[in-house]
Design a protein around this ligand. Structure first.
Ligand code: SF4
Length: 447
């Protein structure tokens, strides 16, 4: 049960010794109750307080792991309703369904398509995480053959998709070292499915026809059997139901500490409206989305949406400060300087390369802020940039002393020239999209 700030406060020594970094025990208690810090940061907790705080610290949404070899997908353990309150921890896992009634050629084609879904964006590789093997044939041999075909082709953790415990059993026997997700247990098969999940170290998705009440009752029965690696499948018939039920589950788990629904959610999309429903699922609060099939063009926006929702809002995506080569620069190539906000880096480097130029791109440490934000925060002044350029050692790589700064911070050009004696400061364009014309029409004519 989550404790309030005052309840936590009553467990603390109330000496206000400040060793935890807070001015008072009350301030510490408030932060601890909001799950922003760890109890261990107070070295003076009694054993009883540690025990009570430890029990209250059990995550309101259980962490579930699905695994194959060194590929692991972790879902759940979320602490907030909205990402700006802290952050979301485990991104929605994407899975595609492979039907065991399809022939080998169709399955191989689908697997090849899955393998090709691999995009790089802002320094991260975006791809699918799981494969669901769906038993529609009702044939144990076909189910096993499909599992083996998949495993030989691609190494991703599996969802064993069948309500028949006998089919699930042979599937589990094919992959004894994995930790798959079984999909799914219902009011009829739950006892057998729970035994199987326990025996094979798998996790178990549960489905109930009678709404959240039925789902809650089923999860309680399974929990009473000593099994907790549960994933909820709230059956929803419309977008509104997805939004309402998923939000209700998250709210009941986090705000009411309602343990029967304190598990990650799986969304299985059978219909045409995959795109909108999956986008809503990513935002509100599906831990796994299973596509029956998706058009190629749909993956990139969905993976991009996922990346944006699950990035830490308090930490901008950033790249390591330093000198980056764009293309194959030589000693006469232009030198650009900008901040280490990932998107800035990727957009600027792409525009330079796209213009058919090579260059040296100096990325300063601006704590991941974009150019204007960094300048307003005093992290991209002429003096700071000048020192960074000198310490970077770029002077050893080039024969000229010309540097191009972003047009939005033209104001730092004078200070930068003072910090870089002997250098010429060029004010580049404000928008990265104008870099190609700048290089062709300004830089090339003057250098
Ligand atoms: S370290 Fe513990 S006792 Fe000291 S101020 Fe912090 S919470 Fe209070």
């Amino acid at each position: 049960m989550a404790l309030t700030g005052l309840e936590v406060f009553k467990l603390l020594p109330n000496t206000n010794c400040r060793e935890c970094g807070f001015a008072t025990c009350l301030a510490f208690a408030m932060r601890l109750a909001a799950k922003k810090i760890e109890a261990e940061e107070c070295p003076y907790l009694s054993e009883e307080a540690k025990e009570i705080l430890g029990a209250s610290a059990v995550p309101p949404i259980r962490l579930v792991e699905i695994k194959s070899g060194d590929k692991s997908v972790k879902i759940g353990e979320e602490l907030v309703m909205f990402r700006h309150e802290k952050k979301f921890f485990h991104q929605t896992a994407f899975s595609v369904c492979i039907d065991d009634s399809e022939d080998e050629r169709e399955i191989t084609e689908k697997l090849e398509k899955i393998k090709k879904i691999n995009f790089e964006r802002a320094g991260e590789i975006l791809k699918l995480d799981l494969i669901a093997v769906k038993d529609t044939s009702g044939d144990k041999q076909k189910f096993c053959k499909t599992i083996n075909l998949i495993k030989n082709f691609i190494d991703l953790p599996l969802i064993l998709f069948s309500e028949n415990p006998e089919i699930v059993t042979v599937g589990l026997e094919e992959i004894p070292d994995d930790k798959p997700l079984i999909y799914s247990a219902n009011n009829e098969n739950w006892e057998k499915m729970t035994e199987l999940a326990k025996k094979y170290n798998a996790s178990l998705a549960i489905t109930a026809e009678d709404g959240l009440k039925g789902l809650s009752e089923l999860s309680e029965r399974i929990k009473n059997k000593g099994f907790e690696n549960i994933v909820l499948n709230p059956k929803c018939r419309s977008l509104t139901e997805i939004l309402t039920n998923y939000t209700l589950i998250r709210r009941l788990s986090l705000e009411n500490n309602y343990r029967n629904l304190g598990y990650p959610i799986i969304l299985y999309l059978e219909n045409e409206d995959n795109f909108i429903n999956s986008a809503v699922g990513i935002c509100k609060y599906a831990s796994i989305v299973v596509f029956n099939d998706v058009n190629d063009w749909e993956y990139l926006p969905l993976l991009t949406l996922r990346q944006n929702i699950f990035s830490d809002p308090q930490k901008p995506l950033q790249v390591e400060p330093g000198i980056y080569k764009v293309g194959e620069p030589d000693e006469s190539s232009p030198v650009f300087v900008t901040t280490n906000f990932s998107l800035t880096y990727f957009i600027v480097s792409t525009e330079i390369e796209g213009a058919g130029f090579s260059g040296h791109l100096i990325i300063t440490d601006a704590e991941g802020l974009s150019v204007l934000s960094a300048w307003s925060a005093g992290k991209f002044s002429g003096e700071i940039v000048g020192k960074f350029v000198i310490n970077s050692g770029i002077e050893n790589n080039i024969s000229h002393r010309n540097i191009i700064i972003p047009g939005y911070v033209a104001v730092i050009s004078g200070e930068l020239e003072d910090s870089l004696p002997g250098w010429n400061v060029y004010v580049g364009p404000q928008e990265a999209s104008d870099i190609p014309s700048y290089l062709k029409e300004v830089w090339s004519k003057e250098n």
